[in-house]
Write a new protein. Structure first.
Length: 108
């Protein structure tokens, strides 16, 4: 998967991504929040743990005043087209470069 120290099989990642997406969708459309951050959702798309129509449906059905932030690399053109704001960030320094494993709550 490209996550240093990751021991989970792709099927486990996909199952977890799908379960998490269901919670994300429910909270996003609930109207309870001003902002929702879907951290690394674009990575889940790239790895095919989530499908593009799922993410596009999430964007389409969000309440009008809700800001939704989708993070990760390689945003599909269809997601970029639906976005109001697109930012590309560049890593300057990361613990991964020193073979330091990902930290729960920070990197996943």
């Amino acid at each position: 998967m490209g996550i240093l120290g990751d021991k989970f099989l792709p099927a486990e990642h996909k199952r977890t991504a799908q379960e998490t997406f269901k919670k994300l969708y429910k909270e996003t459309v609930s109207g309870k929040w001003d902002i929702v951050i879907a951290d690394e959702i674009l990575g889940a798309l790239k790895c095919k743990f989530l499908l593009l129509p799922q993410v596009l449906d999430l964007i389409k059905n969000k309440p009008g005043e809700l800001d939704i932030v989708l993070t990760g690399r390689g945003a599909p053109k269809a997601v970029i087209a639906k976005a109001d704001l697109v930012t590309e960030m560049k890593s300057i320094k990361h613990p991964y470069e020193k073979n330091i494993p990902a930290k729960k709550g920070i990197d996943f």
